[in-house]
Design a protein around this ligand. Structure first.
Ligand code: ATP
Ligand code: MG
Length: 561
């Protein structure tokens, strides 16, 4: 199933934007403030990009503002590394973030006061049940919960206990502050949810100032209110939490009333987008890190060479709705490939080299041929590529017992070398095991530039690199991390990891002009795909990542339908 409806050129239109328009027209809100509120317990992924583009996009369209807020309420799982990475990724996505960052922890003192306020009005109590007991008392979807034996403590006792919780008198998990709502509610989120728990872990920003922390559910809506957020746009799983957020807002002296609208999460084929699972891939070493180019993280995509504009374009094509769907990974690839086809410079690289000796080409002679940088953009001009007697071609471009339609090299067949000459294969050299290790060819000096004066046609055009001038490189080819379309549905998602998701080729041969591809630029290796440099490489030992292949399986699938 696909989950796409907008095309990127449309002005965005969806139920959220409609509601915002209504809220503004009806005078329900004044101005517009949204926010993107990640928990700094992992790196951002393409699913977050959907939320980022929506929140920042809406803010820009409605002349409002979007806050980037780090929801840092659980120091046991959070880290400065994530705080930094989230900001770097949002900045890179280039969605109009001004660089100002907010933290839920900025408001810890106020949140604490509001917790005391709830205690004072008899709407919160300190519970001594431990987590397991609480779970047991909570009931199930079909059975109501039971009141904790500590539920009827007096306001004074609760205040005293809560202050002592803050003072560090109790062990982690020994007590918790809970809202006093309704243990029989049909909505489990309303069965006296925990508002504060004791966690002794150094907080990236407040250090050891606190040993009690608000839960996400308590902090979230109140922080939205403090920031004057008018529209709290979040994913569907928060729909069932909305009654709790409304309850808290109603019972606290908050300065504003955010409106929460929920939309469906992005799910994509051949990947997982749960931070828990992504964390496991990293910590268990199934990938090289959060920025492994196979990861669906923003940093992984960036390292893979994916332009931020391609991610924004992809997100712009998704529907913002309440329907859960799964988007084809091929759509993202299409959004990456399409603009690169117009913009990327063409270069020649031979990934699996086979030596070709052009026997009638003078030994020691080198000439420079002019190769077109981008056939789709005349202004990109041409470059000089050295040509000589010994070159490399792609191993796959030779076949011994070639079928008729194999328009590449085979004994006696003639092909065109891109921007150079026609060559004909005259001999095949093998090693003792029978493997082809070299071809002997003859060139036609009249065909320089790739045309024959006698009008003779050849069907195949091969890329090549002059052996003496080639630069050696490592090239990393990526395939989907998961072979299965829906790895999240497997009993063990690790069991459906694609064992061939990374292929590392060494001894690849590059034309000399590939020595200085700037970081972040993507070039097309002719006939092979789009590639960018990887930071693992250096000037004399370059490493290239395949950003995306040439074949557009998505466009093909669409055409077929
Ligand atoms: P987890 O994967 O553990 O549920 P999370 O991805 O929701 O965690 P948060 O840091 O809470 O982590 O996410 C920040 C915001 O990004 C939230 O508002 C959430 O709704 C949104 N978001 C997260 N995943 C997606 C997704 N796949 N599609 C769209 N929005 C998402
Ligand atoms: Mg979340």
């Amino acid at each position: 199933m696909t989950d796409t409806e907008n095309t990127s050129s449309d002005t965005p239109s969806d139920f959220i934007r409609d509601r915002i328009r209504e809220d503004q027209a009806g005078g329900v809100v004044d101005g517009l403030i949204t926010r993107f509120p990640p928990e700094p317990n992992g790196y951002l992924h393409i699913g977050h990009a959907k939320s980022i583009c929506l929140n920042f996009g809406v803010a820009a369209e409605f002349n409002g503002r979007c806050n980037l807020r780090l929801d840092d309420t659980n120091p046991a799982k959070e880290d400065q590394e994530f705080i930094d990475a989230i900001q770097a990724d949002v900045k890179w996505l280039d969605v109009g973030w001004g660089g100002d960052v907010k933290y839920t922890s900025d408001n810890f003192e106020r949140l604490y006061e509001w917790a005391e306020h709830l205690i004072g009005t008899g709407l919160a109590y300190v519970d001594d049940l431990n987590a397991d007991e609480m779970r047991e008392y909570r009931g199930t979807l079909t059975e109501p919960g039971r009141d904790s034996p500590h539920r009827s403590r007096s306001v004074d006792e609760n205040l005293d206990l809560f202050r002592r919780m803050r003072g560090g008198e109790f062990e982690d998990g020994a007590r918790a502050l809970r809202a006093k709502i309704d243990m029989a509610s049909g909505n489990i989120n309303l069965r006296d949810p925990v508002l504060y728990r004791i966690i002794r872990a150094p907080h990236p920003r407040t250090g050891d100032e606190w040993c009690i922390y608000p839960t996400y559910d308590f902090a979230h809506g109140q922080t939205d209110a403090m920031e004057g957020v008018t529209h709290s746009l979040c994913t569907l799983e928060f729909e069932d939490h909305r009654p709790l957020y409304d309850w808290l807002i109603e019972n606290l002296p908050v300065p504003a009333r955010p409106r929460q609208y929920e939309f469906s999460r992005l799910n994509m084929t051949h990947t997982v987008l749960s931070k828990r699972l992504l964390t496991q891939l990293v910590t268990d070493g199934h990938v090289a890190g959060w920025d492994d180019p196979r990861m669906p993280t923003v940093t992984g995509l960036r390292r893979r060479g994916v332009p931020a504009a391609a991610i924004r374009d992809f997100i712009g094509r998704l529907s913002i709705s309440k329907n859960d769907g799964v988007v084809e990974a091929a759509l993202l690839e299409h959004c990456i490939r399409d603009p690169l086809n117009d913009s990327a410079l063409r270069r020649m690289a031979v990934l699996r080299p086979l030596k070709v000796v052009i026997e009638n080409y003078p030994e020691g002679q080198v000439e420079e041929v002019d190769a077109v940088n981008n056939p789709r953009d005349e202004t990109a001009g041409t470059r000089k590529v050295p040509f000589s007697r010994e070159i490399y071609v792609e191993r796959d471009d030779f076949m011994e017992d070639a079928p008729k339609k194999f328009f590449r090299l085979s004994l006696g067949r003639e092909v065109r070398l891109r921007a150079a000459y026609f060559i004909t294969c005259t001999d095949v050299i093998k090693d003792e095991s029978g493997e082809v290790i070299e071809l002997r060819c003859a060139y036609d000096p009249e065909t320089r530039g790739g045309d024959s004066p006698d009008g003779r046609k050849v069907k195949g055009t091969l890329h090549w690199v002059s052996a003496a001038h080639a630069m050696d490189a490592e090239v990393r080819l990526y395939s989907p991390l998961f072979a299965e379309e829906n790895p999240g549905a497997a009993d063990d998602f690790l069991s459906v990891l694609n064992p061939d998701s990374l292929e590392v080729l060494t001894g690849c041969k590059l034309e000399p002009s590939l020595s200085d591809v700037p970081a972040g630029d993507v070039v097309q290796f002719e006939r092979l795909g789009y590639f960018c440099t990887d930071p693992d490489g250096s000037a004399d030992k370059p490493v290239f990542n395949r950003t995306v292949g040439l074949r557009d399986s998505f466009a093909k699938a669409m055409a077929k339908n």
